[in-house]
Design a protein around this ligand. Sequence first.
Ligand code: TXA
Ligand code: MG
Length: 310
Amino acid sequence: MKSIQSNIKKAKKYLDKKHCIGVPTETVYGLAGNAYSDISVKKIFKLKKRPMNNPLIVHYLNLNKLKEDCHINDDFIKLYKKFCPGPITFILELKKKSKISQFITNKKRTLAVRFPKHLLFRKLLKNLNYPLAAPSANISTRLSAVTASDVQEEFGPNISYILDGGKSQIGVESTIINLINKPTIFRFGGLDISKIEKVLNKKILIKTNSKIKIAPGQFPLHYSPGIPLRMSAKKPRKNEAYLLIKNRNIVSKNYYYLSKNNNLKQVAKNLYSLLRKIKNKGYKMIAVEKVPNFGIGKTINDRLKRASKF
Ligand code: TXA
Ligand code: MG
């Protein structure tokens, strides 16, 4: 308990001094900085090697501060009440008087906002008087980080501090929904879209592969382990690491389990860390067993597909 308090204090100290730090969330780790500060926000882009036209998500504790920065609507309220804090990001209209750094949105009038559930992140937000801009804590296009040591591996000595909150429970990024006109999914994620549909009680559009450059997370090359990856593989080729989602009787040193019993939540939780491990072991190719395309399986397949565009 004492160390939690002192770690939060340390994290706050770095953030107040306009540094960026690693923070744990229930989806993946974030690279966080003061969302009101141009200096902090520019540091995030630089450290992540992220193009400045790819906007960041801003993380809030609750509606109080959000209302100062964004216009909200009925769809938002319904989803907020049901799913927040949790793995969903909303695209809303930015208010004119908002204090959000213009570098976050690339001067556009929309803002991606999220209310993370991880207790440490929430404790941290309670201690700050600004929201936190935080993209996933990885170098642009690479695999997201799900532990503090993954974040360290990505940024080495360039990161000031990482708040260690254990392994991210969900393991894949938040679901992104644009609520400005017709509700539209921009990215599959930790929250199943059928649940969102149920709450809004209407069909929602899906634009996760837009040719229009709205959200670079929609671009094909993303979430890349840096080596070729094959999906729906029935068996591995020579020297390929084979990622499985259910138990096999055959034992091979190249077999790795995302789950032993087809548990898709577990597959999501283990996905990035196992891909990272395989890459670090020096494999040159990855094959993955077919993943059912429902629930969070849709998100897993989306990430595998983008990772396979190596
Ligand atoms: O789970 C998550 O969402 C994690 C944790 C750290 O919160 N964050 C995350 O951030 O995945 P990032 O930056 O890696 O992905 C955010 C995506 C990007 O593809 C970005 O283009 C899109 O959200 N985005 C941000 N602002 C947007 C906006 N105003 N309109 C459309 N897309 C936006
Ligand atoms: Mg990312």
